[in-house]
Design a protein around this ligand. Structure first.
Ligand SMILES: [Zn+2]
Ligand SMILES: [Zn+2]
Length: 421
């Protein structure tokens, strides 16, 4: 990926922000597992490193350790059995492991990347990621979701200096992981819609160029829908590039807005409820994809059924919200609502801006049929039962997810819209 070109395109951006990111090298190509040591050395990566992998990601990356040794790296390996949880306990464990090294190499995706990004930030270590599957968009992000008391919180993380992915490995990744990456990418439709809506309602920072970069990445990923299930290096590379771009966009915007809206929060709600119930939460991007189908349909329905609205002050039934979160999650949720985000929104302004909100929805979101067909072609999950969300959790999530964040989401405004349902 040509990072210089991306930054060049954002010079003197009309949004007024000076855009930059810390990532210096992104190499996505065939056979790069054997050149990883060389690429890291050329990027000036420190010699004493902690490589973090699990048995699956290490097996997928055959040749990686030899490549590092050949280039003179002194590697300490932390090998998890199967790393599918990024919690505070794992962060502490890795902070201990990282004593005495100057750099961290995350070998994998998802939780391994999340953990390494947070640990590198806290211990001030250089970070590189060797991605083994195009499954989510956290590679280049500077925040990471970490689980604490079953609540998923966004933590400050280090943006990697180097991201490397071997398209042979990406293409051979399990279809469920590739499809999860696709699901995470389609989430950008609703994320960008929420970002635009927040901007026109409250003047929250928004950058048109960054939104455009994200949407272009999404478009390239969407074009690969039919080839994703094949062991196809070009398709896997496009999805990886879109996912990396989405992470870079978060850093460029200084928030997760370009990549995460109501669909991500709904997915996090399901995840927290499942963690409380000690159930496997399913892959991030797989859930986000399903949540996107739901939010996309809800937003389009709100826009098409209500040409005008008669907004009221927020009519949230707080007792019902608290009951939905339950004793395990209620305190963390309430922290996000003292004060609550709708305090900033004047019903009169919401009424005045409604026509623009409708326009954003119609222009940004695909039709429900287009979205579902695209995802089905890519083999991505589209129905709640595919991520083990039953009717009760579905209804609860739809109604109450938005209270998990102090952020303007269209779903959070529903109790202000003056609708009777
Ligand atoms: Zn800008
Ligand atoms: Zn995501």
């Amino acid at each position: 990926m040509d990072l210089k070109e991306i930054l060049e395109g954002l010079r003197d951006c009309p949004c007024g922000k000076r855009h930059h990111f810390d990532t210096e090298v992104v190499e996505i190509g065939s056979g790069l597992v054997h050149r990883t040591g060389e690429i890291l050395a050329a990027a000036g990566f420190p010699a004493r490193i902690l490589a973090v992998a699990d048995k699956n990601t290490l097996a997928a990356s055959e040749g990686l350790m030899q490549s590092l040794e050949k280039s003179g790296f002194d590697v300490k390996l932390k090998l998890f059995e199967n790393c599918i949880r990024a919690g505070v306990e794992q962060v502490e464990e890795l902070r201990e492991e990282s004593r005495g090294v100057s750099g961290v190499l995350a070998v994998g995706t998802g939780s391994i990347g999340d953990l390494c990004r947070v640990v590198s930030y806290r211990e001030n270590l250089e970070l590189a990621i060797f991605g083994t599957a195009p499954s989510m968009d956290g590679f280049a992000s500077d925040t990471a979701p970490i689980i604490e008391n079953d609540f998923k919180l966004t933590r400050q993380a280090k943006q990697p200096k180097v991201i490397i992915a071997d398209t042979k490995i990406l293409a051979a990744a399990p279809n469920e992981l590739k499809a999860a990456g696709f699901g995470d990418m389609v989430g950008k439709f609703t994320a960008i819609a929420d970002w635009k809506i927040a901007n026109i309602l409250t003047g929250e920072y928004y950058c048109e160029r960054i939104a455009k970069l994200t949407m272009e990445g999404l478009k390239r990923v969407a074009e690969q829908a039919d080839r994703l299930r094949l062991n196809d290096e070009a398709a896997a590379a496009s999805v990886m590039e879109g996912l990396v771009m989405s992470g870079l966009a978060m850093m460029l915007a200084g928030s997760s807005r370009p990549a995460s809206g109501g669909e991500h929060v709904l997915s996090h709600f399901w995840e927290c409820k499942k963690l409380v119930a000690k159930r496997w939460p399913e892959y991030h991007g797989k859930k986000v994809g399903v949540a996107t189908v739901i939010i996309n349909s809800l937003y389009r329905r709100l826009a098409s059924e209500h040409e005008s609205i008669e907004p009221t002050p927020d009519r949230t039934d707080w007792d019902a919200v608290k009951a939905a979160y339950g004793p395990e999650l209620v305190e963390d949720m309430m922290k996000m609502n003292r004060p609550t985000i709708t305090d900033e929104i004047d019903p009169a302004r919401l009424k005045e801006k409604w026509p623009e909100i409708r326009k954003i929805i119609f222009e940004t979101l695909p039709s429900d049929e287009e979205l579902v067909s695209l995802m089905e072609r890519a083999g991505a999950a589209t129905r709640p039962e595919e991520v083990n969300v039953d009717g009760a959790l579905l209804e609860q999530g739809l109604k109450y997810h938005s209270y998990m964040r102090h952020r303007v989401l269209l779903t959070r405004l529903i109790p202000m819209l003056g609708l009777n349902h």
